[in-house]
Design a protein around this ligand. Sequence first.
Ligand code: NI
Length: 145
Amino acid sequence: MGELIRFSVSVEDELLESFDRLIRRQGYVNRSEALRDLMRDALVRAHLDEESKATDVLGTLTLVYDHHATDLADRLTDLQHEHYQLIVSVLHVHISHDDCMEVIVLRGSAKKVRALADALISLKGVKHGRLFLTVPAKRIIERRR
Ligand code: NI
């Protein structure tokens, strides 16, 4: 951790009131921590947008699907085996009689991770899928100095 620096920010009163209401709802105890989280998130997203630099990203892909859908379970498994180098871990939850949820932890280049996530999400029978990408925050902050 670097040293803490205090800085002042000028902002319209209405914007600040809305922001304070939001972060209170979210459970923040002070503005500084909320602002730090927003800054880190902005840095991570900016880094991920520069695809060529994002060589080591971490992702969680959540998929919801009907396990009765023809061939789907096999195709999901086949695709994951084809790209086993990108897959760190898989959590499977039977969420109802018909539906399964799979949370797949991915690690690799942003390009490959996104491509695999897109291939899995677009399989017929997948009802909902969403990829969340992040990077080790320490690395982002150091890189940007
Ligand atoms: Ni299941």
